[in-house]
Design a protein. Structure first.
Length: 126
């Protein structure tokens, strides 16, 4: 199988042994994004809506670097340290996705890297 790494300075740099995204065959796999400011690498804190929005901005930047967009998302997974923020995720996702919405899973977790409260990844079929 031929696979190609996707990398962009418009999203936070990978902080481990992974790529921001991978194109394999006709599918683009976007790694989990935290609410990190790509310019500073700093974690956004404060208002949850802005944290979730930053996560999806970061995913959109990697999708764009792959020559695609979130319009081509078929699956999104959202990880939350507090599922009470689920309604906020729904509101923000409506800003980034249109019908038919991608399949989605929302998972409550005990912790996320860097102390983040939200992370999301996506699978795109361009």
């Amino acid at each position: 199988m031929n696979k190609q790494a996707i990398d962009t300075p418009k999203a936070p740099a990978a902080i481990g042994t992974y790529s921001q995204g991978i194109r394999a065959g006709g599918t683009i796999w976007l790694s989990g994004q935290l609410p990190l400011d790509p310019a500073t690498g700093q974690l956004l804190t404060g208002e949850m809506r802005e944290q979730v929005r930053q996560v999806f901005h970061n995913l959109a930047a990697v999708a764009e670097a792959a020559g695609s967009s979130l319009d081509h998302a078929v699956k999104v997974t959202v990880f939350l340290t507090d599922l009470r923020h689920f309604a906020v995720v729904n509101e923000v996702m409506a800003e980034f996705f249109s019908k038919p919405y991608p399949a989605r899973a929302a998972i409550g977790v005990a912790s996320l890297p860097r102390g983040a409260t939200v992370e999301a990844d996506a699978v795109l079929v361009p």
